[in-house]
Design a protein around this ligand. Structure first.
Ligand code: NDP
Length: 437
């Protein structure tokens, strides 16, 4: 870790992500010397390649603007690079390296042949017109197109990149390459997208929680749940929770959280989706419309619940928040977002031996259905909704099984250890087989 910090100064998110993994992988490598001898973990912390480029575009007032964009191609030992693109002012190389590193383990866990990558830009889509977003996406793709391909690297969406942005980028790629191929996932249904991709991360997170609860003979029905965020992951987490009989009492954005003690039902959820995805409004408006409490600039972790689903962004749940949730009787937590719990919070949850589904297992449903979208594109076929959903449920069940295999610890399952080791072994074995490449 000392060497990693020295080689990557100031990249605190990246240090944190590697530390979380190293805590479990270093002891495992001591027991399995072949990985240690060939320095597999050290090699895995160095990305294969990082591309950094300028994106110049014209805003609605006719001014030229310049942003920075990156693609971090982390590891392709088990398949072409795969991972989302994030548009947010907080995007830095450190954030993308943490996300890319995590993605390697997550993609390995899905059972599908996908390497790990992440990319994005410090562009802020908030407050921009559709035309500005279009011009930005087109300009970005003019450069990115050189570095991606269906057998090389297949990006997808993430924070700030949804169907609208993917569509603009796909259109430009198709024009530049004069080929129609599945080089992005999360596409519109009319041009190669997969059914259930939009819902996959949120649904998958709830399926993972269902698997964890089943190990204790328990289920989702009747539970009270707290969800953070109100984007793609959060809204479909809420949808599946409500369908399976839970009561969801919160949703949030970067302005604060709404507390709806009667529960967000499917009708209110439709209103919320329209607010966030069509009108691009704020969660405060949900609280005003339905006459419930709004807590400005605060995350929702003080609200008592059985189940928690942090589904907004990294480090949104601190050690103190973890303490509050545990004191209020938390049974289980599934990380819908990437690295939403800080290191102290993770340690508190593990110490309490509750059901703790870490991001690389719990939110792998999104990339798994992206992988299924690639398969459908390669086959030039579209599978029906029920088929994709069945495969998603199957994959989440298989990820859970692997976490149990490596995470069993005296009658309790340490999902963090299980997910890290299971994700590591497949990539490590491929790297061992290749020799020094
Ligand atoms: P969206 O952009 O659709 O939604 C993000 C949500 O998080 C919004 O409600 C946003 O609020 C909120 N948010 C963002 N930054 C902050 C912040 N600093 N503090 C509080 N709230 C914040 O993104 P997604 O739902 O796609 O992604 C959410 C998380 O899930 C990310 O960590 C992403 O990496 C992870 N993820 C996503 C997958 C996917 O398939 N989409 C797959 C796997 C993981 P606001 O509108 O105010 O910015």
């Amino acid at each position: 870790m000392r060497g990693l910090r020295r080689r990557n100064p100031g990249e605190y998110e990246f240090h944190q992500a590697v530390q979380e993994v190293a805590e479990w992988i270093i002891p495992f490598c001591h027991e399995n010397q072949q990985y240690r001898k060939e320095q597999i973990l050290e090699r895995m912390t160095e990305p294969d390649r990082v591309v950094i480029f300028r994106v110049t575009w014209e805003d609605r007032h006719g001014n030229f603007r310049a942003n920075r964009a990156w693609r971090v191609q982390f590891n392709n030992a088990i398949g072409p690079y795969k991972g989302g693109l994030r548009f947010h002012p907080s995007v830095t190389l450190s954030v993308l390296k943490f996300l890319g590193f995590e993605q390697v383990f997550k993609n390995s866990l899905t059972t599908l042949p996908m390497g790990g990558a992440k990319g994005g830009s410090n562009f802020n889509p908030k407050g921009k017109t559709d035309r500005e977003v279009m011009r930005y996406c087109h300009s970005l793709m003019v450069e990115l197109a050189r570095h991606i391909g269906e057998d090389t690297d297949v990006p997808a969406g993430d924070i700030g990149v949804g169907t609208r942005e993917i569509s603009y980028m796909f259109g430009m790629y198709k024009r530049l390459a004069n080929r129609f191929s599945g080089i992005l996932t999360g596409k519109g249904l009319a041009f190669g997208g997969s059914l259930v991709r939009t819902e996959a991360t949120g649904y998958g997170s709830v399926y993972f929680m269902r698997e964890m609860l089943a190990t204790r003979g328990d289920g989702i029905e009747g539970k009270t749940a707290v969800v953070s965020g109100s984007g793609n992951v959060a809204t479909y987490t809420i949808e599946k929770l409500v369908e399976l009989g839970a009561k969801v009492v919160t949703a949030s954005d970067s302005g604060g959280f709404a507390y709806d003690p009667d529960g967000i039902d499917l009708e209110k959820l439709e209103w919320l989706k329209d607010l966030k995805f069509v009108r691009r409004g704020r969660i405060r408006e949900y609280a005003e419309h339905f006459g419930c409490e709004f807590h400005k600039q605060r995350p929702p972790w003080s609200v008592p619940c059985d189940l928690a689903f942090p589904s907004a962004t990294q480090n949104e749940l601190s050690g103190e928040d973890a303490k509050t949730l545990l004191e209020n009787g938390l049974i289980g937590i599934c990380e819908g977002a990437n690295m939403p719990t800080d290191l102290e919070g993770v340690h508190r949850f593990l110490k309490a031996r509750i059901l703790f589904g870490p991001a690389k297992a719990a939110n792998a449903g999104g990339v798994a259905v992206s992988g299924l979208e690639q398969s459908q594109n390669a086959l030039r076929m579209n599978w029906p909704r029920a088929e994709v959903n069945k495969r998603l449920e199957g994959i989440m069940g298989e990820i859970h099984r692997k976490c149990v295999e490596y995470g069993e610890d005296g009658g309790w399952i340490n999902y963090v250890r299980g997910a890290n080791i299971a994700g590591f072994v497949k990539v490590a074995d491929a790297m061992l087989a290749y020799g020094a490449v």
